[in-house]
Design a protein around this ligand. Structure first.
Ligand code: FE2
Length: 313
């Protein structure tokens, strides 16, 4: 199963080649202004979780399946009730022969199939952590700070999920540690506050809490690799193709989004990671997004939740 990472993009660049020397243009060809605009849109969509939840979330670090030096793992996030994208990603993982899988949360929200997606993820018997949409759907937290698209998505989801399903979501941990790897939905800086890592300062904060050499996250729906050198210098690379992590320092891998990509590509995104070679492969998987859009519209969810998938924003 190991060749899945190294063989698909044999001549891919290293992270050093993709990294820019400063933070002025952090992700490849995009200008800093366009990146800031992109992230400002994202941030408006995601309110911080607050401390008004009806019952405390389980924020403990939970044991996960052991990761060895020979492990190749699949890490996926932000499914957002998109059943077609989730099924396509699972088929791709199966085809790659990857059995060790980690879900970084936001299973629900926005889309029309929250219950089906939740049950499908649970059936995978993989390690699962909580995202902000899972926390909102699993509790009665106020949604007034959410954008209309997100708010209606959560209200719809709360009605569609059973009481045990909602209990499952609110009981999920917000971080997992496995070997030399950590997993979190947003940032290790107060994980249940769902802080974004979209600039150098936020990355610095995250890394100050990262105790292992590699951490995986989602939340922004934009795949990327952040790296902090042993001297503390932080760089970021666009999450595309296949990249080998440098030895030394710490890396934060944003695995992108299965069901709501926001990096200009319509395909579902997830990551394969070869622990021995430290190679990261960003997998892009096409799926039937027109069916997903029709379901969203038929469910009377906000049209923007469907248009976003079509428009590839
Ligand atoms: Fe999300």
């Amino acid at each position: 199963m190991a060749p899945a990472i190294s063989s698909t993009v044999p001549q891919s660049p290293t992270i050093k080649q993709l990294c820019l020397p400063t933070f002025q243009s952090p992700i490849g060809k995009f200008s800093s202004n366009s990146i800031q605009l992109l992230f400002s849109v994202i941030v408006r969509e995601y309110p911080r979780a607050d401390q008004t939840l009806g019952e405390p979330l389980n924020n403990s670090h939970t044991p996960a399946e052991a990761i060895t030096d020979d492990s190749v793992i699949a890490v996926f996030s932000d499914i957002h009730s998109n059943l077609e994208a989730l099924k396509a990603v699972i088929e791709d993982m199966d085809a790659c022969g990857i059995e060790q899988r980690y879900c970084l949360g936001d299973i629900v929200g926005y889309g029309a199939n929250p219950s089906q997606c939740l049950e499908l993820v649970r059936s995978m018997r993989c390690s699962i952590i909580q995202g902000n949409h899972d926390a909102a759907a699993g509790t009665d937290i106020s949604l007034e700070m959410m954008s209309p698209g997100a708010r209606f998505g959560i209200e719809f989801t709360r009605k569609k999920l059973s009481a045990p399903q909602r209990r499952f979501l609110r009981g999920l941990p917000v971080t997992i540690v496995a070997g030399d790897h950590q997993f979190v939905h947003a940032s290790l800086d107060e994980p249940a506050d769902w802080n974004y890592v979209i600039n150098q300062w936020e990355a610095q904060l995250h890394f100050s809490f990262q105790e292992r050499s590699v951490c995986f996250c989602g939340h922004t729906h934009v795949p990327a690799i952040w790296h902090q050198s042993a001297k503390g210098k932080i760089r970021v690379a666009k999450g595309t193709g296949s990249l080998r992590l440098p030895r030394g320092g710490k890396a934060l891998i944003n695995v992108g989004s299965v069901g709501q990509p926001r990096d200009g590509a319509a395909e579902a995104c997830y990551v394969l990671f070869d622990c021995k070679s430290r190679r990261v492969e960003f997998r892009r998987v096409p799926y039937d997004n027109e069916t997903t859009c029709r379901k969203i519209l038929r469910a009377k969810l906000p049209p923007e939740n469907a248009e976003r998938l079509r428009a590839q924003r």
